[in-house]
Design a protein around this ligand. Sequence first.
Ligand SMILES: [Zn+2]
Length: 99
Amino acid sequence: MNITSRWKVVELGRRRKKVVHIPKKRLPKFFSCPRCGKETVKVELFREDGHSIAQCSSCGLKEEFPVKPAQGEVDVYCMLTDRVYGPQKRTPITNVKKE
Ligand SMILES: [Zn+2]
């Protein structure tokens, strides 16, 4: 009786191709403003000059930051929130825990 083994071969032979859809992660064009709370902050990168401008079109908040090649819009936005909220929310680098 070879029928069962034959069927197994057939089953293996028709493996379905897995179609994997990788959703493209889109960066939000606008970030929420740390000052006015609206999603109107636009980050522009000027990589050639190594600087960037974060600007809110709602309340007029505008800050310039130096950017490293590895940094992106999100990093600039983080620097913006840091500057607006102040350094108190930052984790102090000098305060390293010693165990
Ligand atoms: Zn704003």
